[in-house]
Design a protein around this ligand. Structure first.
Ligand code: NOJ
Length: 548
């Protein structure tokens, strides 16, 4: 079905968060029919592939990352037939489809977990998950001190079939998301079959959720310090964490890869929050993942030295094992970069921003995020775009508590508001109900007033708009095959506060701070500057692409 093109080395991959992209049936939650109806606009944007956050059967306790049937679509989003129609449309538009696999945990409503609850301790059914006896005289204390990423303990005690309190099960996330036991061959077989199910259906690959959490240290030792983060460590040389980035995962990576290699030209990308690029690079050795998200890049501020360093480290680290680097600035778990970049200091990943927090500088966020995007999209490798960022969409930072949905909010009694602010249904039309997200005006999270300014209809065809900027950058990137190009730093074109690199004949020049700089001669291919009258100077926090 796919030619052996290794398309993933250079692809621009657009993340669709199905709940919030487009709502065909008007119930306030996005769905597959809605998405199919809007795929043309993604083709016009110029992306190569879409990655769908989960649309599988799920009680939706963690917005679909709690899967109760990996081989079916949740009725909220449609049916397998709707998926096939969407896939056919995407394929006809030249867009590949990547789905999200969630192998670290299932929903507590999954048939396997329900069977485990009904079975006895030490049974084959219980062994599919991480059940343990509690500590204390009557097993009343959790088996160890691990905390959930969403806050609170990572263990929940169950009632045994005889009605008495009994064993505990592990859940690195919400209590509705029990962790699988990946030491058990039956778990591995189960997921081989899930991978094949979607590969047979024609997907181009997978984004693999919490890939770095699947193996836990033997004996489940206490953790030194609970940080409730996806990396668990802040120091670069921190000792191995008992549930993040264990060495045993590489064997699972290789097993997944073998299944993908039974098919032509499919790819998988790991969601692995590893503390250093060195460690990430081990995940993309030739027989493991094709790609891994470069979260070091996502976490790098708009700063000349830091950006240059992370780009060098990425190209060197991933290049050394023959893998492309990926680049990403936003996704459904982090504060949107149009808002992040309007802060001097941002809250920790996953914590979000609420109405009582210091509010962002919107104009600064817009300015810097446009520049940061133009800097990123010139880099060789594969880039990820999160739905709405092509509109410059900011985070919704004033969602009232009564609308909150993220389990983080509930598990921390509102102390950490969580990730809802980046998940709000996106605006298509400025003057329609729910900004064109649907026809009824329903929306599972409230949309902010500012969407009038950011709606696609407001920006389409408007010179200097963020949408037109993205289109232009993606077009030049494709025309000059920059995804497969080579980065060469160009100090001869930059000054003390600016940074330039060339890639396949295009100079990408960024001015970070201070006064305007003079641009070198050449054909202006793209610019973040909205004042197009003064073409020969580049102001601070602006980026140009020039054909030399
Ligand atoms: C990472 C996903 O991106 C996030 O949204 C989810 O809550 C956790 N994994 C648990 O599946």
């Amino acid at each position: 079905m796919f030619l052996n093109s290794e398309w993933w080395r250079s692809a621009v991959i657009y993340q669709i968060y199905p709940r919030s992209f487009a709502d065909g049936n008007g119930d306030g939650i996005g769905d597959l029919q809605g998405i199919t109806g809007r795929l043309d606009s993604l083709a016009a944007l110029g992306i190569d592939a879409v990655w769908f956050s989960p649309f599988f059967r799920s009680p939706q306790k963690d917005a679909g990352y709690d899967v109760s049937d990996y081989k079916d679509i949740d009725p909220l989003f449609g049916s397998l037939e709707d998926f096939d129609v969407m896939l056919a449309k995407a394929t006809s538009l030249g867009i590949k489809v990547i789905v999200d696999l969630v192998p670290n945990h299932s929903s507590d409503q999954h048939a396997l977990f329900q069977a485990a609850l009904r079975a006895e301790p030490n049974s084959a059914e219980r062994d599919m998950y991480m059940f343990r006896e509690g500590k204390g005289h009557r097993g009343e204390l959790a088996p160890n001190n691990w905390e959930s990423v969403f806050g609170g303990p990572a263990w929940t005690r169950i009632e045994e079939p005889n009605g008495e309190l009994g064993q505990w099960y592990l859940h690195i996330f919400d209590s509705s998301q029990p962790d699988f036991n990946w030491e058990n061959e039956n778990v591995r077989l189960e997921f081989d079959s899930v991978l094949r199910f979607w590969l047979d259906r024609g997907v181009a690959g997978f984004r693999i959720d919490v890939a770095h959490g699947m193996v836990k240290a033997e004996g489940l030792p206490d953790v030194d310090q609970n940080l409730s983060t996806m990396t668990g460590a802040e120091a670069e040389n921190a000792p191995p964490h008992p549930f993040w980035g264990q060495d045993g995962i590489h064997e699972i990576n290789r097993r997944f890869r073998k299944v993908l290699d039974e098919y032509q030209d499919r790819a998988m990308c790991a969601e692995a929050w590893l503390p250093t690029i060195d460690k990430m690079a081990k995940w993309v050795r030739p027989d493991e993942y094709h790609q891994t998200f470069n979260f070091s890049y996502l976490g790098t501020p708009w700063d000349k030295e830091k950006l240059q360093a992370v780009v060098n480290e990425s190209l060197d680290g991933f290049g050394a094992v023959g893998a492309p680097s990926t680049w990403v600035l936003s996704n459904h778990d982090v504060i949107r970069h149009a808002t992040r970049m309007g802060y001097a200091e941002v809250p920790k990943q996953g914590d979000g921003i609420g109405p009582d927090y210091p509010q962002p500088d919107e104009a600064k966020g817009q300015l810097i995020s446009r520049a940061a995007t133009a800097f990123m999209l010139g880099l060789p490798g594969s880039a990820y775009i999160y739905q709405g960022e092509e509109l410059g969409l900011p985070e919704h930072t004033t969602i009232e508590s009564k609308y909150r949905q993220d389990p983080t909010f509930f598990r921390t009694n509102g102390e950490r508001v969580g990730r809802d602010g980046c998940r709000v249904p996106i605006p298509w039309k400025a003057d329609e109900p729910a900004f064109g997200f649907n026809q009824t005006g329903e929306s599972w999270l409230p949309q902010p007033e500012s969407y009038v300014r950011y709606a696609r209809s407001t920006q389409e065809g408007l010179a200097g708009s963020t949408l037109e900027l993205y289109k232009r950058l993606l077009k030049v990137r494709k025309d000059f095959d920059m995804g497969n190009g080579e980065l060469i730093w160009a100090p001869e074109h930059a000054g003390a506060n600016s940074l330039g690199y060339t890639n396949n004949g295009i100079l990408v020049l960024a001015n970070f701070t201070g006064s305007a700089i003079t641009m070198p001669p050449g054909e202006l291919m793209a610019t973040t500057q909205q004042n197009l009258l003064v073409e020969e100077v580049l102001e601070h926090d602006q980026v140009v692409w020039i054909k030399l």
